[in-house]
Design a protein around this ligand. Sequence first.
Ligand SMILES: Cc1cc2nc3c(=O)[nH]c(=O)nc-3n(C[C@H](O)[C@H](O)[C@H](O)COP(=O)(O)O)c2cc1C
Length: 125
Amino acid sequence: MLERLVYESRATGDFGTLHLFHLLTHSQGRNERLQITGHLLYLNGRFTQCIEGPGDRVETLWQALQRDPRHDQIELLMRRPVTERVFSEWSMAFSTHASYYVHGMRGFFPLDDEERSPLIALCSA
Ligand SMILES: Cc1cc2nc3c(=O)[nH]c(=O)nc-3n(C[C@H](O)[C@H](O)[C@H](O)COP(=O)(O)O)c2cc1C
């Protein structure tokens, strides 16, 4: 069974460009192995993440995310079975201000001038 889960959280520290780059590349590598796809938004010190994949894998990642001290105030917004992925092309797409872009970042979608993510609407699909 395929599941999609969306949560919001607050970064506990100051996430600079390199921290975000490491978090993203590490997550993308792990997600590829776990058949997880999704999207991570970082804006004003807060994360909104959508993860999708086989239910047991989503559960394992969800447990790990809740143990991770790099963020807190974790609030589950949605979790439900789905018939297909909306982020099938990205092990973890990433949206934040264009200034955080590092050469080599995969799946980077900069926010527009009004700080809107081009992909966030897909999370509530
Ligand atoms: C905001 C945020 C998003 C994360 N996204 C992912 C992710 O998509 N995939 C992943 O494997 N780890 C992700 N992590 C890292 C996990 O929380 C965790 O460190 C990693 O899965 C290893 O967990 P473990 O050592 O407890 O098994 C993320 C961490 C944070 C703070």
